[in-house]
Design a protein around this ligand. Structure first.
Ligand code: PLP
Length: 294
C-alpha cells in the first residue's frame, strides 16, 4: 500500500458539542514513526479500526462506518467516539485522495499503558488494484473458526462482533486458504453455521432472494453488504438475514464475498467444487458499489 497522508486526532469526548474540530487534528508524516513504544495497539492489538473505501475522492458509507466504530468501541469498553470529530477527520482525509480508489483507515486504540487518553489516528493510502478479482472472482475454502454458534452470546469477551485490531487470526486464515490452493476463506462455526470471510461478508443468491448470515452470530455487520442489500431491494429482489448451514453455500445459485475496498468478489469454487459464477451480474454489483454512496 502506498501511504499518502496521516492525521493524529486528540480524541474529543462524545458529548463535546463543538462544531469545528480542526484544531484537534495534527498532520503527521505517514512514512515516519509516530507511536509510542508503550502503545497498547501494537503491544496487545487492543483497539478498533475501520477501513473506508474512497472512489474519486468520495468516501463511501461514512455514517455506517462511524456507527460500526461506535459499536466496536462499546463492545471493547473504549470511550464512545465523537462522531462529528471523526466525520470531519474523514472529510479532511478524503480531500487528500487523488482520482481513483483509496482507503481511509480510522484507528482508535486504548492508548499508552497508564496513559491519559486513547490514541486515535487516520491514514490515507492508495488502494490495491482489485479489478482482476472483481472480474474473475475467487476460490474459497471453508475454515472452522473454532467457536460454536452460541459462543458470541456465552463469551462476549471474545469480542467476536467488534472490528478489533487483533487480525492475526484473520490473516492466518487467508494464508491457510493460500496453502490449500485457494484465494480466500469462509469461516464456519464449529457446529457448521456459515459466518463471514476473514475480511469480508458472505452473500448467497437463492433464485431472486439474497441472504447473508445474521450479524448476531458474532460476525461484523458489513457496510458493503448493508448498502448492497438496499440496492438489491431497489432492483426488486428480496433480501434476508438467516442462519445458514454450510450446505447453503454449496447449493447457492451464486455467492460473493463483500468488503469496502475489494467490493464484490464472486466465489467461483468452494473447497475445489465449482460454484455458478455470474460475471455480468457481478459487474453490475461492482458498478453500483463504485458509484458515490452515502
Ligand atoms: N467481516 C470482517 C471480519 C471484515 O474484516 C470485514 C471488512 O472489513 C467485513 C466483514 C466487511 O465489512 P465492510 O463491508 O464494512 O468492509
Amino acid at each position: 500500500m502506498a501511504w499518502r497522508h496521516a492525521l493524529l486526532l486528540t480524541p474529543a469526548a462524545s458529548d463535546d458539542v463543538r462544531t469545528d474540530f480542526a484544531d484537534t487534528f495534527t498532520v503527521i508524516d505517514p512514512s515516519a514513526p509516530a507511536l509510542s513504544v508503550g502503545e497498547l495497539s501494537t503491544q496487545r492489538g487492543d483497539g478498533i479500526f475501520e477501513s473506508i473505501g474512497v472512489v474519486d475522492g468520495h468516501a463511501q458509507e461514512v455514517d455506517a462506518h462511524l456507527e460500526r466504530l461506535a459499536h466496536s468501541a462499546q463492545l471493547c469498553d473504549l470511550p464512545v467516539p465523537n462522531v462529528v470529530q471523526w466525520r470531519q477527520a474523514v472529510t479532511a482525509a478524503a480531500s487528500e485522495c487523488p482520482a481513483g480508489e483509496c482507503v481511509i483507515k480510522l484507528i482508535l486504540s486504548r492508548g499508552v499503558e497508564h496513559g491519559p487518553t486513547p490514541t486515535a489516528w487516520v491514514t490515507v493510502a492508495t488502494a490495491p488494484d482489485n479489478s482482476a478479482v472483481r472480474e474473475r472472482g475467487i476460490r474459497v475454502v471453508i475454515l472452522d473458526r473454532g467457536y460454536d454458534s452460541a459462543a458470541p452470546a456465552r463469551a462476549p469477551w471474545l469480542l467476536l462482533g467488534a472490528k478489533t485490531l487483533s487480525y492475526a487470526t484473520n490473516m492466518a486464515a487467508i494464508r491457510e486458504a493460500h496453502r490449500r490452493g485457494s484465494d480466500d476463506a469462509v469461516f464456519v462455526s464449529s457446529d457448521g453455521i456459515l459466518l463471514e470471510g476473514p475480511t469480508s461478508s458472505l452473500i448467497l443468491r437463492q433464485g431472486d432472494r439474497f441472504v447473508t448470515p445474521a450479524p448476531g452470530a458474532g460476525i461484523l455487520h458489513g457496510t458493503t453488504q448493508l448498502s448492497l442489500f438496499a440496492w438489491l431491494e431497489s432492483q426488486g429482489y428480496e433480501t434476508g438475514y438467516e442462519t445458514l448451514p454450510v450446505s447453503a453455500l454449496h447449493e447457492a445459485d451464486a455467492a460473493w464475498l463483500l468488503s469496502s475496498v475489494r467490493l464484490a468478489a464472486g466465489i467461483t469454487s468452494v473447497d475445489g467444487a465449482p460454484l455458478p459464477y455470474d460475471a455480468a451480474f457481478t459487474a453490475s454489483i461492482n458498478r453500483y458499489l463504485l458509484s458515490p454512496r452515502d
